[in-house]
Write a protein that binds this ligand. Structure first.
Ligand SMILES: C[S@@+](CC[C@H](N)C(=O)[O-])C[C@H]1O[C@@H](n2cnc3c(N)ncnc32)[C@H](O)[C@@H]1O
Length: 648
């Protein structure tokens, strides 16, 4: 039975460990079951979960076993201490039903185990429901049904079209050539020697996973697209770190930042797991760096003297970062700071005095991520809906209304490509709060969470503005929400520190070529409407400025023919002349006061920062964002005026 408990616990990420599900399973010490068995069970059960959810709900399994099944499930552990072994959770029900009905070996548990007895009690009903589910979808045999589910083409409805919705659209496998170790030409001559180039992503996405075709990306150098679900994880190039799986959108920030030799050192403020750190390293120190970033080799200062400082507040995640940096061959010029809260990185410390650029990719709602690990792909049965189904009569109406979405497959890989290890643990059970990526910002709970994230992101950004010699900062999220994206940019630009230190947005016409030609820009209408507040110093953001900001922001949309996840990036710049060469006292004041961007009436509150796990600890910022912030800006401004009077 340990197989099911361990699988459920890993799915729930009860350790809140970082990394993809696969890496968590294979990295977990002390498992009683084999990692391969757990991984296989989860993969298969996930593929079937749309069907099994329906089967379990219609069978009434959870309802009837309610005596032993509790909805008092912990969000963090599939079998919390207060649950006995005989309690059947939705996750356990799904895993057990999978093995009962679909595994050749059946349920791997002692025959007298209470849960095995429980599931066996319902075997007849569950089997009938699976048959009905198959017939409803038009499959004559279990084998054809199995083939369809295995191929990922259909969760059940044989007539369902692939790519019918944005979430379901096939997504290319993006491969970044790591120019720290190799070149694109070398990879085209070796790993991808047998591959032919196709004209469009649409053509590529229609190809089978094992088709030998590829496409060089027109926007990001050294980036290739392969067919969806193409598996390169066993190639020598992948194992050696010559190629890295990274979504195209996730390559935007480092490329748009366009680090030049004169920028000297770079900080990656929120670095783990390290996709962007290693991309930065490749752009700055890679074999083709001079041509890739349009800089001349002659003007490149000694690599030895330059470094990337990678901060990661979470020590566990920092270990993943260390591994990724080492594998990419970037260790010698990357200084990793495990456990370093970027907000507490002293802007005056000696080791940041040569920092000219900052990449900031903070925790966000993750609403742009496609196939968020298995957690989101797993469709869990609900106890409540058990009664709502009758199985004897399958009407045409039901046939139409019960069309199931296409099963998300290969999500672990998507997660590997862009392992948002800041995502909180998955929720299990029907009485859960909305998932972290709930996409309706008008829902008060979602809105409140987005406001909190937005405030956190603003604090990080305004802290970045306070580094004395920094002249460029990229800000990115994998969120689709205005509040986490353009709103943060507008608020940052409007903050006192940005205005006093000459920060502005990097206009579209100034952006590096591949990014300038990217046509999906910021949300103009929302930028025009957004109440950015008035700080009392008379600063008003004109409509023209707002439009410029929207045009300067780059967005990626998930589920389009561009084959990216949902993403956002913008770059802030200031001219060399605006660098702060003043006394420590001035910069200290800036980092403690202005860098916060927001201030409290009763003294400067020290900001602890939060991530997806601890957002509940931040003050409730729900309500109208602009109002909340405008009053805070006013308070900041009047405080500054008081301070300035005192200093005079
Ligand atoms: C979205 S992930 C970064 C992904 C990374 N840039 C990449 O491309 O692989 C955000 C990371 O920032 C870290 N983080 C959040 N708040 C932080 C803070 N105040 N200081 C440093 N790191 C922080 C989180 O632990 C998480 O690992």
């Amino acid at each position: 039975m340990s197989l099911y408990y361990e699988a459920a616990s890993l799915l729930a990420n009860s350790d809140c460990a970082g990394g993809s599900l696969k890496s968590r399973i294979y990295g977990k010490q002390g498992l009683k079951s084999s990692s391969a068995a757990i991984y296989a069970l989860i993969t298969e059960a996930t593929k079937w979960s749309v069907v099994l959810k329906e089967v379990i709900e219609r069978s009434g399994l959870l309802k009837e076993e309610k005596k032993v099944c509790t909805v008092l499930l912990s969000n963090y552990c599939a079998r919390p201490a207060n649950l006995s072994y005989s309690q059947l959770t939705p996750t356990l029900a799904l895993l057990l039903t999978h093995d009962l009905l679909l595994s050749k070996k059946g349920v791997a548990a002692p025959v007298k185990h209470p849960l095995r007895i429980a599931i066996n009690r319902h075997k007849g009903r569950l089997a009938s429901e699976l048959t009905l589910a198959r017939i409803r979808r038009g499959f004559g045999t279990l084998e054809t049904f199995r083939k369809s589910v295995d191929s990922g083409a259909s969760a059940g409805d044989s007539t369902a079209t692939r790519g019918s919705s944005s979430e379901e659209k096939e997504h290319p496998r993006w491969v970044r050539v790591n120019t720290l170790k190799t070149t694109t030409q070398e990879q085209l001559n070796s790993t991808f020697e047998a591959y032919k180039t196709v004209e469009s992503l649409v053509e590529l996405c229609a190809a089978r996973p094992d088709a030998k075709c590829m496409r060089l990306d027109p926007h990001i150098p050294d980036l290739l697209a392969l067919p969806p679900r193409a598996d390169v994880s066993n190639t020598k190039a992948y194992l050696d770190g010559d190629i890295i799986l990274q979504d195209k959108a996730s390559c935007f920030p480092a490329y748009l930042l366009d680090v030049q030799p004169e920028d000297e050192d770079v900080i990656d403020g929120c670095a783990a797991p390290g996709n962007k750190t290693t991309h930065l390293a490749a752009l700055i120190f890679g074999r083709n760096a001079p041509t890739k970033t349009n800089r001349s080799a002659a003007s490149k200062p000694s690599s030895k003297r330059r470094q990337i400082i990678a901060c990661e507040r979470d020590k566990t995640r920092a270990t993943v970062l260390e591994k990724m940096v080492a594998r990419a061959g970037a260790s010698s010029f990357t200084t990793i700071k495990p456990g370093q809260d970027f907000l507490r990185l002293d802007t005056n410390s000696a080791d940041v005095q040569k920092v000219g650029a900052i990449l900031l990719d903070p925790s966000c709602s993750g609403s742009g991520i496609i196939g968020r690990d298995y957690a989101s792909a797993l469709h869990l049965p609900s106890v409540e809906s058990a009664n709502n189904h009758t199985t004897t009569h399958v009407s045409q109406k039901r046939k139409r209304s019960q069309k199931q979405p296409v099963i998300a497959t290969s999500t672990a890989r998507d997660h590997d490509e862009y392992p948002r290890i800041d995502d909180g643990p998955i929720r299990d059970g029907p009485s859960d709060p909305p998932p972290p990526d709930a996409s309706d910002p008008t829902d008060p709970a979602v809105r409140s969470r987005l406001e909190s994230l937005s405030a956190f992101q603003l604090r990080l950004l305004t802290h970045a503005l306070a580094f004395p010699s920094v002249t460029k900062i990229s800000y990115s999220t994998c969120s689709v929400h205005f509040l986490e994206n353009e709103a943060v940019v507008l608020r940052t630009l409007h903050s006192p520190i940005a205005r006093s230190r000459g920060w502005r947005i990097l206009g579209r016409d100034e952006q590096i070529a591949g990014m300038r030609t990217w046509n999906v820009r910021g949300d103009r209408a929302s930028c025009e409407d957004f109440d950015v507040g008035n700080d009392g110093d008379g600063g008003v953001m004109t409509m023209q400025e707002r439009r410029k900001v929207a045009e300067a922001c780059l967005r990626c949309e998930k589920g389009t023919d561009e084959g990216t996840m949902g993403f956002f990036v913008a770059v802030f710049v200031r001219d060399e002349g605006n660098k702060d060469h003043g006394s420590n006292a001035t910069t200290k004041l800036a980092s403690k006061d202005d860098s916060m961007g927001v201030d409290e009436e009763n003294g400067e509150e020290e900001w602890q920062g939060f991530s997806d796990e601890d957002e509940n600890t931040v003050p409730d910022l729900s309500g109208d964002a602009s109002n909340t912030n405008s009053s805070k800006y006013r308070s900041t401004s009047s405080k500054r005026k008081r301070k300035s009077k005192r200093s005079k």
